[in-house]
Design a protein around this ligand. Structure first.
Ligand SMILES: [Zn+2]
Ligand SMILES: [Zn+2]
Length: 390
């Protein structure tokens, strides 16, 4: 259990995460970190099995703690089919013809992979009441310490309450060799934190929603470090990768500590995830989560900057002003990083912004603009600025 004392109304924040190991060679410690478990069910996909799963399997076998493993086909999206498959494979049938026998469950589920494998295992862990942990293979998203999982059910994406990982083991020597687009996706997911926290402050101001400054500062600090490191991402330095991984985990810890994804997800996630849903609905290939979120971050920056210029509300103006230097840093980073615009089509862009407002019940900039009858105009201008560079 991790703990952080605080001056907010919660007084203390806790998260049921027992161990976070981020280092070069972290995988070698897996058997020792999981020494209290002796029937571990390991899940990976074909790619992550090659880069880390094989070694993890060997180490757990040597320690005598591996129950069995299951390898999903790559790319393993967190679909209902994949979740069902892992659920079926989780148990071991003792007596095939004994109608009274229940299957043997593992005492631990170990996800070896990045976002998708993690999300699949998180749901199965939650439903079975079996603890789980993750060996992360790429710094591509911030969900390692999250309390929710966005899953693809039917033709849509639904955010479910899920288990939190007990152990988070990230080997930076493996992560630094991850495909380059997974690295940029991790940064895309991180730059959105400024919008998420600004939205959180906006909501506290307008709806009286609970807000914790310490959690917000914790997330903003690591976000700022990520931006510094992201300039040299292509050099794949272990040091930089470690800071980005720490940023992604810390923002996940913000979620665990506050009990909601508020510190890590606002306008940028609501728009980005709506674009993801629209791709699903239209049978288009899915973009990386971090790329959708990164693209939507530029939309939110454009909207906030316009609001800053035009509003008469001095309280809001002052609030946005605090974030303007961060916005400029993100826009400057983009010249080097060149995150892709995942919704360049006008219809997709606009619909994503409109539907994004109600993606979940959460007061954000989108709701503020809607209530002030400004949303459509702001979307229009953001399209001109972000997509057409006008
Ligand atoms: Zn607090
Ligand atoms: Zn995210």
């Amino acid at each position: 259990m991790m703990k952080m004392d605080c001056t907010c109304t919660q007084k203390v924040h806790t998260a049921p995460v027992e161990c976070i190991e981020v280092s070069a060679g972290a995988v070698e410690k897996v058997a020792d970190i999981l020494k209290n478990y002796n029937r571990i069910f390991m899940v990976s996909d074909e790619n992550t099995y090659e880069v880390a799963g094989k070694r993890v399997e060997q180490l757990l076998k040597e320690a005598g703690s591996l129950s069995h493993k299951f390898i999903l086909k790559s790319p393993a999206h967190p679909t209902d089919t994949n979740i069902g498959r892992v659920l079926i494979e989780a148990g071991i049938d003792r007596e095939l013809y004994d109608i009274n026998a229940m299957s043997d469950l593992p005492d631990y589920i170990l996800a070896v992979g990045s976002g998708s494998v993690n999300d699949i295992c998180r749901m199965v862990s939650y439903r079975l009441g079996v603890e789980y942990g993750i060996v992360g293979t790429a710094p591509s998203m911030d969900g390692y310490a999250s309390v929710v999982a966005p899953l693809l059910v039917g033709k849509t994406k639904i955010v479910y309450q899920c288990s939190i990982a007990r152990h988070i083991i990230i080997d930076t020597a493996i992560c630094k060799d991850a495909p380059y687009e997974l690295l940029t996706a991790g940064v895309g997911d991180m730059i959105g934190k400024y919008i998420a926290i600004l939205d959180w402050e906006l909501s506290a101001m307008h709806t009286g929603e609970y807000y914790c400054e310490k959690i917000a500062d914790m997330v903003l600090n690591v976000t700022s470090q990520c931006i510094d490191e992201a300039y040299s991402l292509f050099e794949r330095k272990a040091d930089s990768i470690e800071k980005i991984v720490n940023g992604l985990i810390t923002s996940g810890m913000g979620i665990a500590y506050s009990g909601s994804s508020r510190p890590a997800s606002g306008t940028e996630h609501m728009i980005g995830q709506t674009w993801e849903i629209m791709d699903l609905e239209n049978g288009r290939e899915l973009q990386l989560h971090g790329h959708d979120v990164g693209a939507a971050t530029f939309v939110a920056i454009s909207m906030y900057k316009k609001l800053y210029k035009e509003t008469d509300d001095m309280e809001i103006k002052k609030l946005i002003e605090k974030y303007l230097p961060a916005f400029e840093r993100i826009l400057d980073l983009q010249k080097t990083l060149k995150l892709p615009m995942t919704a360049p089509e006008y219809d997709k862009f606009v619909e994503g912004c409109l539907r994004g407002r109600t993606f979940r019940v959460r007061y954000t900039l989108l709701e503020y603009l809607y209530q002030n009858d400004l949303l459509e105009e702001y979307i229009e201008e953001a399209y001109n600025e972000v997509v057409l560079n006008k």
